[in-house]
Design a protein around this ligand. Structure first.
Ligand SMILES: [Zn+2]
Length: 464
């Protein structure tokens, strides 16, 4: 008997964990952390539904923490099999999981200081040494090459165009008799078409069952091009005469921004001004991106007739605190990319505290802003922002770019599916309830597909 258990990303966009059970064999596809509201984060502390040591292998679609951030915990609980992924994802995990461990420790320390934890003392979900053990289990595979995570199951990766190294997984479960194998596609996260730096997602192969992400299953993104939107913001910021502060996620978004900014400058569409990447993790990620340069798609630069690279004398990488502080002395136009993306921590706060009161400053919000974050507060037009215990007046201009979303919208998911023959059943995962239902409804009405929106913990038997 073959089953899939939906152990996460069911009705939510985090905690991706899909357990494929084929006879006595178990393969977990993605092993993500639940993120966001407390009720979701609390799920990270619930006992894992199957014993960690009974899982034979893990197959990982990409490095984002909502797909990978539970790995060190599962290792701590006794998982010791191989973790299969692409080489670029493996390199990014070396940054993202250590950063996650640091956040876990900080959360625990904070809880201890405030005394609000149920555990006394509060413990981190995992620590650095768990990350070290996790990284030792990684096995990397190039895309399109079959591998066998466990007896009777084979998989291969295809480019999902969502971030560096990201893939969807084609899986075949061998039948016990002469029949054809059972084919399952796990979409992971599917990227946008024409996303800066990333190739378009390649079409999925025919399959019996499809697990499809549905983050934007009920919505379409605006059709503007990121390069054009960014040009407008940079020109305006330079005209104001001050610094453009860009709040960005350190891995992925920051590198896309550097690439787009350098393209605009190389093409002469905006003046050459210094760009600082002010985040140790973003600087490390630049190195990983450079190492995997063959994965990049430079369509925007080619269309502008210029050659861009992530390395340039105009891009200053700021790793140490002293390097970061020296940016404070800069007057006149310049661009500072710093994390965190939602302004809930990181070096961006120091820059905001210093430059928000200056009317020559422009703040660019380049990603989704959750309710309650400083990024959202600024976008909502706050006149003051609380930073490091004091209220900082806001005289800076605040701008946003929506075109840089990492996820395909409804139209793009439909385009990705293309002429795919109807799977026997399609499961909508990784979406809020309305988004997952919206996508299910569209597939039912426009394609006549059989769909299902699984609930958390549900196990479905796959007919062979
Ligand atoms: Zn992702």
């Amino acid at each position: 008997m073959t089953t899939i258990s939906f152990l996460g990303a069911a009705g939510v966009v985090s905690g991706s964990r899909h357990l494929l059970t084929a006879g006595r064999r178990k393969v977990l596809v993605d092993c993500g952390l639940f993120q966001g509201e407390k009720r979701l984060r609390d799920r990270n502390w619930a006992p894992f539904p199957v014993r960690a040591e009974t899982i034979d292998a893990i197959v990982l679609t990409h490095g984002h923490i909502d797909h990978s951030g539970f790995l060190p915990r599962l290792v701590r609980e006794g998982f010791s099999g191989a973790i299969w992924t692409t080489a670029a994802t493996a390199d990014l995990l070396g940054l993202l999981l250590y950063d996650s461990a640091k956040c876990q420790s900080e959360d625990a320390e904070y809880a201890n200081r405030k005394g609000y934890s149920r555990h006394q003392p509060a413990l981190p979900l995992y620590e650095e040494r768990d990350v070290q053990r996790t990284l030792r289990l990684l096995r990397t595979m190039p895309r399109l090459e079959w591998f066998t995570p466990t007896e009777g199951v084979r998989c291969r990766f295809h480019d999902a165009g969502h971030m560096l190294g990201s893939s969807f997984v084609e899986t075949e479960v061998a039948a016990a008799d002469e029949r054809a194998p059972l084919r399952i596609v796990f979409s992971g996260d599917i990227g946008r078409f024409s996303a800066p730096l990333y190739h378009d997602p390649v079409p999925p192969p025919p399959c019996d069952y499809l697990l499809l992400e549905s983050t934007y299953g009920d919505r379409d993104h605006p059709s503007s091009r990121p390069l054009d939107e960014l040009e407008g913001v940079v020109k305006e910021a330079i005209a104001r005469g001050g610094v453009l502060l860009v709040a960005s996620f350190a891995v992925g978004r920051a590198q896309q921004l550097v690439y787009l900014l350098r393209t605009l400058m190389a093409a002469g569409r905006v003046p050459d001004v210094p760009i600082w990447v002010d985040s140790p993790m973003a600087v490390d990620a630049m190195e990983v991106f450079r190492r995997h340069g063959q994965e990049h798609d430079f369509t925007e630069a080619q269309a502008e007739g210029v050659i861009t690279s992530l390395v340039s004398p105009f891009v200053r990488l700021s790793r140490t605190a002293a390097e970061s502080k020296s940016i404070n002395d800069h007057r006149g136009p310049g661009i500072v990319i710093a994390s965190s993306g939602m302004m809930n921590g990181g070096r961006i706060l120091h820059h905001l505290a210093r430059r928000l009161p200056d009317p020559r400053t422009t703040v660019l919000v380049a990603g989704f802003q959750a309710a309650g974050t400083r990024g959202r507060t600024l976008l909502d037009g706050a006149k003051e922002l609380r930073i490091h215990g004091r209220d900082v007046p806001v005289a800076a201009a605040v701008r946003r770019i929506d075109a840089l979303s990492g996820h395909a919208d409804r139209r793009e998911l439909d385009r990705w599916l293309g002429a795919l023959p109807a799977p026997r059943r399609t499961f909508l995962v990784h979406g809020e309830p309305a988004a997952a239902r919206g996508m299910a409804e569209m597939l039912r009405t426009s394609r006549g597909w059989a769909t299902h929106v699984p609930t958390l913990g549900e196990t479905v038997e796959l007919e062979t």
